[in-house]
Design a protein around this ligand. Structure first.
Ligand SMILES: *[C@@H]1O[C@H](CO)[C@@H](O)[C@H](O)[C@H]1NC(C)=O
Ligand SMILES: *[C@@H]1O[C@H](CO)[C@@H](O)[C@H](O)[C@H]1NC(C)=O
Ligand SMILES: *[C@@H]1O[C@H](CO)[C@@H](O)[C@H](O)[C@H]1NC(C)=O
Ligand SMILES: *[C@@H]1O[C@H](CO)[C@@H](O)[C@H](O)[C@H]1NC(C)=O
Ligand SMILES: *[C@@H]1O[C@H](CO)[C@@H](O)[C@H](O)[C@H]1NC(C)=O
Ligand SMILES: *[C@@H]1O[C@H](CO)[C@@H](O)[C@H](O)[C@H]1NC(C)=O
Ligand SMILES: *[C@@H]1O[C@H](CO)[C@@H](O)[C@H](O)[C@H]1NC(C)=O
Ligand SMILES: *[C@@H]1O[C@H](CO)[C@@H](O)[C@H](O)[C@H]1NC(C)=O
Length: 900
C-alpha cells in the first residue's frame, strides 16, 4: 500500500503546482505555503522531511526588517534529509538551490558549520560564519525518481539549519557538453556572471529556468572595459543547449583601449572546474581574439560573428583560482556571459548484493539500525566501515543473531567482522566466501563447533573465539591460515593437544580457561586449580541428538591417561554420528538419482563452477543467483537458498523431484541440484540474453529496443510456458510471481519463464488455489488476493496481463515518472486502451505496428487485468489471441516490405 502514500505526497505537490511554472518546486523550510510573484508557489516543507524544529528569524537588512522561516536540527546524529521528487526525462538535469540562514535565531551568536550532501555525494561545507545567508546551487543529473538532500552535522560545529530549497528543471542536455562521465557528476556553481551588465541580478521570468545571473562589476577590471547593452535580434542563440536568456546575451563586456580583458576569479576549493563562455554577435563587426585560461592558450583565434550566438566549454583540472583572459586579434574582444562550476564526481553505489545482504541482516537483528539508501555514501551507516563503495567492516554486538546466516557470506569485501556478544550458537558457518577477511571476532557467544569453513579464510590475521562453548579438539586445518597472528581460544571447553602446525613464530595462541589445551596438553597443569568440582559425563547413549549432552569436564586427579581415554571416546562417537548422517544423505541421493537426468552436484563442484560464488547475476525471492560454468563448458545459473527459506529435507526433495519432471521449451530448464546439510542449491540453464525487464528498461532498451513483432514473440513464448504450467504439467502449477524479470531470453531471443515450481505447486490434482506463502511483486499482484488471500491460475493471468501492458506501453507497472494519474500502469492504461487511445503505446513502436495487431493484443491485455478474476480469460485463450496478433503483425510487415 506504500505507493498510495507516495501518490498523496506527490499530488500535494501537484495541486500546489497547478499554475506554478512547470516543474518548479519551492520549499519554504519551516514556513507555510504561499504564492509569490510570477505565480511561483512556495510550499511548506512538512511533506518532504520528518525531522527538525522550526522557527522564524527576524533581522535588519539595510533599512528594513526581514523575517524568514528556518528549520534546524538539534538532534545532530546522522543525516537529516529532504526527499525531493524528480521527474526523469532523457538527458535532463535540475538545478537545486538551497539557502541556509542563521542570523542568530537562537541568540547564541555562534553560526554553525555543517556538510551538505546530494544523493551519494557530499557536495559542500556550509560555514555560516563566513556568509549568512549562504546559498548553494547544484546541478543534478536526474537518474532516479527521487533525490535526497541531507544536512550532516559536524561534531562541535553547531546545529545545521536551512531556510529554503528550490528545484528548477534545466534545458534538456544542458551542462553536459564535453564533460567526461557527465551523468555521474554534480556541478556546484562557483560563478554565473552576466557580463557587461551592472544593474542587479536577472532571474525568473527573464530566465525561464530561474538561474540567478550576477551583474559583473565586482568581478572584472571595470575601468578597463566598457559594457554594451544592446537589444538585438540574434538569429541563432536558441540553439545553445544551456539556453541563456536573451536579456543576458544582449549585454557584453568589450575591451576598451589597449588593455587586457581579464576575469580573475578566486575559487573555494582546489578541484576540477567546468567553464562555459557565452558570446553573442550584438555588434555589427565580428571581433577575433584569443582565449587564455590560467596561462594556457585555449583558443588562438576565435571569431564572434555578427548576429550569432556561440559558446566555448572548458574543463580545468586541479585549480584553486581562475584567470580567463581575452587577447585582441581583430577588433576588440568581447564576452557576454560566463559560468564556472566545480565538478563533483558521484561515488559509485555499493553492490546490490551487499545492500540486500545488509538489509536481511538488519531484519535478523530485529532492530531498526537506521540502514537506508547506500551503505557507504555520503556517510557510512552505523556499525559499518567502507573503502570507497566497498563495505569492509561490520560491527554488531549486544543483539540477538543466534546463528551466522548465509547472508553474511554475501559480504564479500569484508576485512573485519565483529559479532561478539550476539548470542550465536551452533557451528561457525557461512563465512567461507569471505576471502578478504582479516579480523574475525566471534567472542562471547555460545558457539559449539569450529565448523569446516575457517580454513578457507586465507587472509585471516586475528581470530577471536574466546568465551564460547567450543568443544572437542582444535582442528588441524587452522594451521593452513598462514597469515594468522592471534588465535584467542580462552574460556572454551576445548581439550587435547593443539596442532603442531599452530606452533610457529609470529602466531600467538591463547588457551587459558580450557579444560586441557596446550601444545603439550597431556600435562594439563595450567587448568588444574580452576575447576573446583571435578565432574565427568561419559557419553554412552548413542541416541542422544544434541552434542551438548556430551559434556566433558575434566577432573584434577585423572591425569594423562584419563584425558586420552576421554578424547578417544568423544571423537569416536562424533565420527560415528557424522558417518551415519553422511550415509543417510547418500541414500536419499541415490534414490533421487533414479528420477531423471538432472544431476546431483557436490558443494565442491558448485564452488568451483561458480569460482567461489564470484559473479552474482541476480537475486531471487529466496537467495542469490550466481553465474557458473560446468567442466563441460556449459554455463549455468546457480541459485543458493537463504537459511530462512530453506525447506525441510522432505519438502526440498519433493520440490526437486517436481522440478526435474518439468521440461518445456519455454520454461528455464533445471539442470540439477546440490543437497548437503544446510545447503540447498538449484542449478538451472543459463540464458545469455538477460531478462525481458533488461530489454525493456535496461541499458539496451535505448540502443536496441525490441520492436513490436519481437515483443509479441516474447509474449507468445511466455504464454506457452505458463500454459504448460497451468495445463500441461502434473501437478498443475501456479507460478505466483509472473513478471518481466522472470521472463528470460536466450541468444536467439526465445523467451523462457523462470523461477517457477518452488513451494507452490498444487498439492492435489483437484486443488484450485494455494493460500500460503504469497510471493508476488507490487504492481503485478492480483487485486483479488487482498480480499480472498488466495492465489489461483487467474492470478498468474492478471500478472501476465501486466507484462503485456508493459510490452505495449514500454513502462514499468508502478512509476513516478509521469503524471500522478499514470502512476499505476493498469489503472492508467485500461481506460486509454479501451478508448483506442494508442498515444500511450511505447513511443519507440510508433508507426511500426499494425493497428489491428495492437488492438488485439491490447484487448486481451485488458481482459487479463480485469478486477474480477472470473472475467479474466484462461492462459490458453490468451495464447490463442496473442498468436493471432503475432501473425497479423507478420503479414503487416510482409505487406509493407512489398510496397517499399
Ligand atoms: C498566474 O496564474 C494565473 C492563472 O492561474 C494566470 O492567469 C496569470 O497570468 C499568471 N500570472 C503570471 C505572472 O504568470
Ligand atoms: C525541538 O522540538 C522538540 C519536540 O517538539 C522539543 O522537545 C525540543 O525542546 C525542541 N528543541 C529546541 C532546541 O527547540
Ligand atoms: C564535513 O565537513 C568537515 C569540515 O567542516 C570535514 O572535515 C569533513 O570531512 C566533512 N565530511 C564529513 C563526512 O563530515
Ligand atoms: C536599473 O534597474 C532599475 C529597476 O530594476 C531601473 O529603475 C533603473 O532605471 C535601472 N538603471 C539603469 C541604469 O538601467
Ligand atoms: C547553432 O546554429 C549555428 C548556425 O545556425 C550552427 O553553426 C551551430 O553549430 C549551432 N550550434 C549548436 C550547438 O547546435
Ligand atoms: C591573467 O592571465 C594573463 C594572461 O595569462 C596574465 O597576463 C595576467 O597577469 C593574469 N592576471 C592575474 C591577476 O593573474
Ligand atoms: C564565424 O563565421 C566563420 C565563417 O563563417 C566560421 O568559420 C566561424 O566558425 C564562426 N564563428 C563561430 C564562433 O561560430
Ligand atoms: C614448538 O616448536 C619448536 C620448534 O619448532 C619446538 O622446539 C617446541 O618444543 C615446540 N613447542 C611445543 C610446546 O611443542
Amino acid at each position: 500500500m506504500f505507493f498510495w502514500i507516495d501518490l498523496v505526497l506527490l499530488s500535494g505537490f501537484w495541486v500546489f503546482g497547478l499554475s506554478n511554472p512547470d516543474g518548479f518546486l519551492s520549499l519554504s523550510c519551516g514556513g507555510s505555503s504561499y504564492k509569490a510573484a510570477y505565480n511561483i508557489s512556495w510550499v511548506s516543507d512538512n511533506d518532504y522531511i520528518k525531522t527538525g524544529n522550526t522557527t522564524t528569524v527576524t533581522f535588519m537588512e539595510g533599512t528594513s526588517t526581514s523575517s524568514v522561516p528556518i528549520r534546524f536540527f538539534p538532534d545532530s546524529r546522522g543525516r537529516q534529509c529532504y526527499k525531493l521528487p524528480m521527474r526523469k526525462k532523457d538527458l535532463s538535469s535540475v538545478l537545486i538551490r538551497a539557502k541556509f540562514v542563521y542570523r542568530n535565531y537562537d541568540s547564541q551568536n555562534s553560526p554553525p558549520a555543517f556538510n551538505v550532501s546530494l544523493g551519494r555525494r557530499i557536495t559542500s561545507i556550509v560555514d555560516l560564519k563566513t556568509n549568512d545567508p549562504w546559498i548553494e546551487e547544484l546541478v543534478w543529473p536526474v537518474n532516479e525518481d527521487s533525490l535526497l538532500l541531507c544536512l550532516i552535522a559536524v561534531k562541535g560545529r553547531g546545529i545545521p539549519v536551512i531556510s529554503s530549497l528550490e528545484v528548477r528543471p534545466l534545458p534538456s542536455g544542458a551542462y553536459r557538453n564535453s564533460i567526461e562521465g557527465s551523468p555521474n557528476i554534480i556541478l556546484r556553481r562557483s560563478y554565473r556572471i552576466n557580463s557587461g551588465y551592472t544593474n542587479g541580478t536577472i532571474q525568473y521570468p527573464s530566465d525561464p529556468y530561474d538561474r540567478i545571473w550576477e551583474p559583473d562589476q565586482s568581478f572584472a577590471p571595470f575601468h578597463a572595459s566598457s559594457s554594451f547593452n544592446r537589444p538585438t535580434r540574434l538569429s541563432s542563440f536558441n540553439n545553445i543547449t544551456e539556453n541563456p536568456p536573451a536579456s543576458v546575451l544582449q549585454s557584453a563586456r568589450v575591451l576598451a583601449r589597449k588593455d587586457r580583458l581579464s576575469y580573475t576569479l578566486p575559487l573555494d576549493t582546489l578541484g576540477d572546474y567546468y567553464i562555459i563562455l557565452y558570446f553573442a554577435g550584438i555588434l555589427s563587426l565580428s571581433p577575433s581574439f584569443s582565449v587564455t585560461i590560467n596561462d594556457e592558450v585555449k583558443q588562438s583565434d576565435y571569431t564572434v560573428n555578427s548576429s550569432e550566438a556561440s559558446t566555448l566549454y572548458f574543463t580545468q583540472q586541479r585549480i584553486s583560482k581562475l584567470n580567463i583572459t581575452f587577447g585582441k586579434i581583430k577588433f576588440n574582444p568581447q564576452v557576454n556571459a560566463l559560468e564556472v562550476y566545480e565538478i563533483l564526481q558521484i561515488p559509485p553505489e555499493a553492490s546490490s548484493t551487499t545492500v540486500s545482504a545488509l538489509k536481511v541482516i538488519e531484519q535478523f537483528t530485529g532492530q531498526d539500525l537506521g540502514w537506508q539508501d547506500d551503505p557507504c555514501t555520503p556517510i557510512p551507516w552505523n556499525h559499518i566501515e567502507c573503502e570507497g563503495s566497498h563495505v569492509t567492516s561490520l560491527f554488531l554486538s549486544q543483539i540477538n543473531l543466534r546463528s551466522i546466516s548465509p547472508t553474511f557470506g554475501d559480504l564479500l569485501d569484508l576485512k573485519t567482522l565483529d559479532l561478539h556478544n550476539t548470542s550465536l550458537t551452533g557451528a561457525i558457518q557461512n563465512l567461507g566466501s569471505l576471502q578478504q577477511l582479516q579480523q574475525l571476532n566471534l567472542s562471547f557467544n555460545q558457539l559449539k563447533s569450529f565448523g569446516s569453513e575457517l580454513e578457507d579464510l586465507v587472509n585471516l590475521e586475528v581470530l577471536d573465539l574466546q568465551n564460547n562453548s567450543l568443544q572437542g579438539s582444535v582442528p588441524e586445518s587452522l594451521g593452513n591460515l598462514k597469515k594468522l597472528r592471534l588465535l584467542n581460544l580462552e574460556n572454551n571447553n576445548l581439550v587435547g593437544p593443539l596442532p603442531q602446525s599452530l606452533n610457529r613464530t609470529g602466531l600467538e595462541v591463547r588457551t587459558t580457561g580450557n579444560p586441557c589445551l596446550s601444545f603439550t596438553s597431556l600435562s594439563c597443569n595450567n587448568v588444574s586449580s580452576t575447576i573446583d568440582t571435578p565432574q565427568v559425563t561419559i557419553p554412552i547413549n548413542k541416541k542422544h541428538k544434541k552434542q551438548n549432552h556430551i559434556a566433558i569436564l575434566l577432573g584434577v586427579s585423572g591425569g594423562a591417561l584419563f584425558a586420552t581415554m576421554l578424547i578417544f571416546g568423544f571423537t569416536s562417537v562424533y565420527t560415528r554420528r557424522q558417518r551415519n548422517k553422511e550415509r543417510d544423505i547418500t541414500r536419499t541421493q541415490l534414490k533421487m538419482q533414479n528420477w531423471n537426468t538432472s544431476r546431483i552436484f557436490s558443494y565442491k563442484e558448485i564452488k568451483s563452477a561458480t569460482r567461489n560464488f564470484r559473479e552474482v547475476i541476480g537475486r531471487g525471492s529466496f537467495g542469490s543467483v550466481y553465474h557458473g560454468k560446468l567442466p563441460s563448458g556449459k554455463q549455468v545459473a546457480v541459485k543458493v537458498r537463504f537459511d530462512r527459506t530453506q525447506l525441510g529435507a522432505d519438502s526440498f526433495i519433493n520440490e526437486v523431484h517436481l522440478l526435474s519432471r518439468i521440461r518445456h521449451q519455454n520454461l528455464v530448464s533445471f539442470e540439477g541440484f546440490c543437497y548437503e546439510p544446510k545447503r540447498q542449491i538449484l542449478v538451472y540453464e543459463y540464458l545469455s540474453g538477460g531478462s525481458l525487464a533488461d530489454h525493456l528498461y535496461g541499458p539496451s532498451s535505448k540502443s536496441l529496443p525490441l520492436n513490436w513483432v519481437s515483443r509479441l514473440k516474447v509474449a507468445v513464448d511466455a504464454a506457452k510456458g505458463l500454459d504448460y504450467l497451468h495445463n500441461g504439467s502434473e501437478p498443475r502449477i501456479i507460478h505466483r510471481d509472473v513478471k518481466c524479470s522472470n521472463i528470460l531470453l536466450d541468444k536467439d531471443m526465445n523467451a523462457k519463464v523462470s523461477d517457477f515450481g518452488l513451494s507452490k505447486q498444487f498439492t492435489k490434482a483437484d486443488a484450485s488455489h494455494v493460500t500460503t506463502g504469497v510471493k508476488g511483486t507490487a504492481g503485478y499482484l492480483d487485486p483479488e488476493y487482498y480480499s480472498t488471500l488466495q492465489l489461483t491460475e487467474k492470478s498468474d493471468v492478471y500478472s501476465f496481463g501486466v507484462v503485456l501492458l508493459e510490452l505495449i506501453c514500454g513502462r514499468e507497472p508502478l512509476s513516478h515518472l509521469g503524471s500522478p494519474d499514470s502512476f499505476n500502469l493498469v489503472l492508467w492504461a485500461r481506460p486509454n486502451l479501451q478508448a483506442g487511445a494508442f498515444e500511450i503505446v511505447d513511443e519507440i513502436l510508433k508507426d511500426t505496428f499494425d493497428p489491428e495487431s495492437m488492438r488485439k493484443a491490447a484487448s486481451i491485455a485488458i481482459r487479463c487485468v480485469e478486477r474480477d478474476a472470473s472475467g479474466r480469460p484462461s492462459i490458453a485463450e490468451v495464447l490463442t489471441q496473442l498468436k493471432e496478433a503475432y501473425s497479423l503483425q507478420l503479414s503487416y510487415l510482409a505487406a509493407s516490405a512489398h510496397t517499399d
